[in-house]
Design a protein around this ligand. Structure first.
Ligand code: TYM
Length: 357
């Protein structure tokens, strides 16, 4: 009897540094949960990393690190296809083709672009759609601080990663949902422009509940490599304890059942991810009746994080020492990913009129 077709899942992480708890809870841990039941494809987005990373040696080392971190977190190359983005040259060609159907305006309005472009230009603070000074800086500003075109077309490349594999489900953290929305828009546009049904419209993988946003340790915002507020999977226990003990808090609740400030709410979010429900309840009750001591909360949180990361850290070290194994994993993965990518690209070329004479 023919097996029912398994849903195609795809997701990637940029090798811009070691992976942190945000990547782990927002992405990696979910990848592991779904690899048994689906056709899973997980890759290292090294071409995307080029939009911000400029040190070739660091990039190369980080590709290996992220691969080792995938495997150490439990992604199994026998179950999922694991590959490096740049090993699939079809992606670069399709990126060129798809870009012909993407508007500069819609790319410029992307929140991630605005945020990263501001950082490139050395501008701070939030901006809105009507920020003319910002647009002016991008187009006519100081050429030493240029915003690279690759940053603008980042969503095209991400759409290509997804569409070239005809993936229908994309497990990502909350920060990537706008890119996924653009991917759907590009797929729809291509299909309707050429009157074809080439690309499915991918959606976020529904794990039930709200999408995860892991906060940083510095009181506000998400944990992020460029924010300096991370706990890395590779951090040793001493470093983790130090980072957690230094996390921002406030002066403590003055009245029973007071609302929580953002820094304290963030610590509770981390506790919810890493601790057991009774530990969380214990500290929530202590907060509610004003008996909480943040030092105790932090000590507990640090130990719970250490318990999560230590086995992963040990495996990362072992896997990194076995280069032959890493090479085999990505060779096999690239072979599988390329086969499907080549088929999609051939269809796309045909549809767009890029055909042999
Ligand atoms: P990247 O490398 O920024 O992050 C990788 C994954 O980790 C998630 N993540 C978080 N989740 C929760 N809380 C956080 N603090 C946090 N920080 C990071 C991200 O949501 C993401 O799922 N554009 C992507 C890489 C990419 C991709 C793709 C993803 C390229 N092509 C195709 C899916 C499909 C990115 O920059 O992820």
């Amino acid at each position: 009897m023919e097996q029912p077709k398994r849903e195609i899942i795809l997701s990637g992480i940029r090798p811009t540094g070691n992976l942190h708890l945000g990547n782990f809870y927002g992405a990696l841990r979910k990848f592991v949960q779904i690899q048994d039941a689906h056709d899973c494809n997980f890759f290292v987005a090294d071409l995307h990393a080029l939009t911000t990373a400029t040190d070739p040696e660091a990039l190369h080392a980080n590709v290996k690190n992220v691969l080792a971190e995938y495997l150490a977190a439990g992604i199994d190359p026998e179950k999922a296809t694991i590959f490096v983005q740049s090993d699939i040259p079809e992606i670069s060609e399709m990126y060129l083709l798809l870009n012909m159907h993407v508007g500069i305006g819609e790319l410029m309005r992307t929140a991630a672009f605005k945020d990263k472009a501001r950082k490139c230009l050395g501008l701070s603070g939030e901006c809105d759609d009507s920020d003319e000074a910002f647009e002016h800086q991008i187009i006519g500003g100081d050429t030493n601080k240029r915003v690279c075109a690759g940053l603008l077309t980042y969503p095209t490349l991400m759409a290509v990663d997804i569409l070239i594999q005809k993936a229908t489900k994309v497990p990502v953290g909350k920060d990537q949902l706008q890119h996924l929305e653009l991917t759907r828009r590009f797929a729809r546009r291509f299909n309707s422009f050429y009157h074809v049904d080439l690309f499915p419209e991918p959606t976020d993988f529904d794990f039930g509940g709200a999408p995860v946003k892991v906060p940083g340790l510095n009181g506000s915002g998400k944990m992020g490599k460029s924010e300096g507020n991370c706990i890395y999977l590779i951090d040793d226990p001493k470093v983790i304890r130090k980072k957690v003990m230094r996390a921002t808090t406030d002066e403590g609740p003055k009245e029973p059942n007071s609302p929580m400030s953002e820094p304290v709410a963030n610590l509770f979010t981390l506790l919810e991810l890493t601790s057991t429900p009774d530990v969380v309840k214990h500290f929530r009750d202590a907060y509610a009746d004003c008996s909480i001591r943040y030092g105790d909360l932090k000590k507990q949180l640090a130990e719970d994080i250490v318990a999560v990361t230590t086995p992963i850290r040990d495996r990362i070290t072992d896997i990194l020492a076995n280069e032959e194994y890493l090479r085999k994993v990505v060779r096999d993965g690239a072979e599988r990913a390329r086969a499907r990518a080549a088929d999609t690209l051939a269809e796309m070329r045909q549809i767009m009129g890029i055909r042999p004479l």
